[in-house]
Design a protein around this ligand. Structure first.
Ligand code: SF4
Ligand code: SF4
Length: 376
């Protein structure tokens, strides 16, 4: 059987940033937390995430004895600014569909374990961040993110990946705590534009832009359209303002060669006009939480982001998108964006659209005209 040190050496050889070990006892506190907050977390069961079952490693591997947690530092190379404005960094080099990056390293580590007589499972529903803290790899921030202790400049730009294994290893000293300095004065809580963070290290996930951008139901409510700003898929605001991340954010990094060639594909204009073929070839392999049936949501998010730029250059795109779209939710957001940008061209078009529209869309256009008129 493999020793702990042999596994640590192999993880380092595979270029994982860090590794820790913890026992396979159930995460009872996490289960209680989820059960008590079903109003906030019930949707996770509805979409099949199975977070409650994931609190017991034995539901994942019957003979579970330990959990090995490896850390991937995903912000070692920089991303194009044009992408960081609209996407959470953790999604920019996500290979869970293409399986040509991090997946290969995980596969290699699992093969190493298997060759050493150890069975492993890599569940998506285990509390990964809590596993990492229990394995001594870092602590939490009041933004509910996990911060590395020894790597990535102590930042939150790390993925913990938990492997449930059927061999027992000595557990490392846990580091489950909130590690924020008092002088920060809860910068993340103040900066969260949708008031998702509660200030005590807890979050209402339903108000987080990450949830809203890909799971939020229907047309984005009026009161969230401005707070969601320029983000289309994910949000890094509470990480960008965090003093615990300053060292890593300001470190000079080479441009990520896997991601930077794709920047133009994720341009707002292309997203607003894309068809299913474009989506399946260019977008879905990297950002897959929304399927091709949810193209309307991508377009709605792109239109909202355009509106929030207040850049009149987008008016032409928005007008063309209104003509080519049949989805009411997208068209409602297009008119909101036109009202938000304002100007003569937008107002003229809104008046024309008002004459040919009805129902919810007509109401939206009326509000958009009032918004545009206020900007003259
Ligand atoms: S990711 Fe954005 S919306 Fe979510 S808690 Fe952080 S700042 Fe708020
Ligand atoms: S911004 Fe401040 S309170 Fe929030 S996670 Fe960072 S250090 Fe903690």
């Amino acid at each position: 059987m493999l020793t702990k040190q042999e596994i640590i050496t192999e993880a380092k050889r595979l270029n994982f940033a860090d590794i820790g070990f913890t026992g396979a006892e159930p995460f009872d506190s996490q289960k209680d937390y989820l059960l008590k907050r079903q109003e906030e977390y019930g949707w996770t069961e509805a979409v099949g995430l199975g977070l409650i079952a994931g609190t017991d490693p034995k539901t994942i591997l019957a003979g579970a004895k330990s959990i090995i947690v490896i850390l991937e530092s995903y912000f070692e190379k920089s991303f194009p600014m044009a992408m960081e404005r609209h996407f959470g960094r953790c999604y920019l080099d996500d290979d869970r569909v293409t399986k040509d990056g991090l997946a290969l390293k995980i596969k290699a580590l699992r093969k190493f374990l298997r060759d050493g007589g150890i069975d492993s499972k890599v569940p998506f529903n285990l509390p990964h961040r809590l596993s990492a803290a229990r394995a001594g790899l870092g602590s939490f921030g009041k933004n509910c993110l996990f911060y590395a202790r020894r790597v990535a400049g102590g930042s939150s730009f790390v993925f913990p990946i938990a492997l449930v294994v059927d061999q027992e290893f000595a557990a490392d000293e846990p580091s489950v705590s909130i590690g924020c300095p008092d002088w920060c004065r809860n910068a993340c809580v103040a900066a969260c534009p949708t008031r998702a963070l509660k200030g005590d290290g807890k979050i209402d996930p339903r108000r987080c832009i990450s949830f809203l951008s890909y799971y939020g139901g229907g047309l984005t409510p009026m009161e969230l359209r401005e707070p969601m700003g320029l983000y289309i898929y994910g949000c890094d605001r509470c990480q960008n303002v965090c003093p615990r991340n300053v060292n890593w954010l300001t470190k000079e990094k080479p441009l990520n060669p896997r991601v930077s060639p794709k920047a133009a594909d994720f341009d707002l204009t292309r997203l607003l006009h894309m068809d299913k073929t474009y989506f399946l070839q260019k977008i879905w392999p990297h950002m897959f939480y929304m399927s091709a049936d949810d193209l309307w949501r991508w377009k709605m998010n792109a239109a909202r982001a355009m509106g929030n730029t207040r850049n009149p250059d987008y008016v032409t795109d928005l007008l063309r998108a209104f003509e080519e779209n049949s989805d009411e939710r997208v068209n409602c957001m297009i008119t909101w964006a036109l009202g938000h940008i304002g100007g003569r061209e937008a107002m003229t078009a809104l008046k024309k659209f008002y004459e040919i529209s009805e129902g919810m869309l007509k109401d939206e256009i009326k509000q958009a005209m009032e918004s545009a008129a206020a900007k003259f």
